[in-house]
Design a protein around this ligand. Structure first.
Ligand SMILES: [Zn+2]
Ligand SMILES: [Zn+2]
Length: 330
């Protein structure tokens, strides 16, 4: 099969991936083989190929927003031809302290799709059958792909931030994940304040009907109840914190931050403000979000790339040239 391969000793300035023929994965117990129909390109993929996340395999097929159809390993629940989604959480051990306490997102021995195991930048992908999700029928392959990580984790961030209906919510950085959260916030009658450096991102926020939109160093005109940061920057977390009312929460939706700058505790954190990180997701988060996405509906803006154009797709995410999501269609 054709696949885009990341070799961890490769120079990290790009091109990151090499497109080549590799053996198709062999079916194994507890897994289904998927023919990949589409695979979204997430910012985390960029963190992997740029070395922000340490390499865990010498050779890797990235990609963790997989839409695929079952072509081998079918079960009663997943008959041949079933269309399913796969996300970043590709498996857990089921018996560590976190799994036993209903916090599988924090599992001590997790499998991460497209990082600790091969992912979906390929014609086929082998995935754990119990970490696949049925997909809403109303969304085609390319439009459902970005929901599988960017969408789910954005949704999770709203819960980590503890958002209540009608609150004033700041979104700091406005890529795909943030834009997918806007329709949910609007359905909760929240006011949405967007702070982002990218001109195309400000336009995207305007087209989605954000309450207020500012540039990188602008401060929202009101004190925020909650803020979520989407940019991989510690400076942005501090800006978000500086916009909160007492008792407000900043949720950091980033698997990697450049660094956290020093900040004034007395002014910014005292008063029971909180900073929380958003890590991974549970299977229930995925099911809940996909249900909400179908009901609203949430329809991402996508740009499609062929598998041969995988490097171009990563660069589009890196340079933030597109206001929506990049999707690879093998
Ligand atoms: Zn576990
Ligand atoms: Zn992701």
């Amino acid at each position: 099969m054709k696949a885009a391969i990341f070799t961890s000793v490769q120079a990290t300035t790009g091109p990151f991936l090499e497109i080549k023929e590799v053996p198709r994965p062999q079916p194994k117990a507890g897994h289904v083989l998927l023919r990949v129909l589409a695979c979204g390109v997430c910012r985390t993929d960029l963190h992997i190929v740029e070395g922000d996340l340490p390499p865990v395999r010498p050779q890797l097929i990235p990609g963790h927003q997989i839409v695929g159809e079952v072509v081998d390993g079918a079960t009663a629940d997943l008959p041949l031809g079933t269309r399913v989604g796969v996300s970043w959480m590709g498996g857990v051990d089921g018996n560590c302290w976190y799994c036993r306490h209903e916090m599988e997102k924090l599992c001590d021995n997790p499998t991460f799709t497209g990082y600790t195991v091969n992912g979906g930048y390929a014609e086929y992908a082998l995935v754990r059958d119990d970490f696949t999700f049925p997909l809403p029928a109303g969304l085609d392959n390319e439009h459902v792909a970005p929901l599988l990580s960017e969408g789910i984790i954005g949704f999770r961030s709203l819960h980590v931030a503890g958002i209540e209906p009608g609150e004033r919510v700041g979104l700091f950085g406005f890529g795909s994940s943030a834009s997918l959260a806007v329709p949910i916030l609007q359905s909760w009658k929240c006011e949405v304040y967007v702070v982002t450096r990218g001109e195309s991102h400000r336009r995207a926020a305007a087209s989605l009907g954000a309450t207020w939109i500012g540039k990188e160093d602008d401060k929202p005109p009101v004190e925020l109840d909650r803020a979520i940061t989407f940019a991989p920057s510690g400076k942005v977390v501090v800006s978000a914190l500086a916009s909160l009312r007492k008792g407000g929460v900043v949720a950091i939706n980033a698997i990697h931050l450049d660094q956290m700058p020093a900040f004034d505790y007395d002014k910014l954190l005292w008063g029971e403000r909180q900073i929380r990180s958003v890590a991974n997701m549970t299977r229930q988060d995925a099911r809940d979000f996909l249900g909400v996405a179908q009901a609203l509906p949430i329809r991402p803006h996508v740009t499609s790339f062929s598998l041969e154009e995988a490097n171009k797709a990563l660069l589009a995410v890196k340079k933030e040239t597109e206001s929506g999501s990049a999707v690879i269609v093998p």
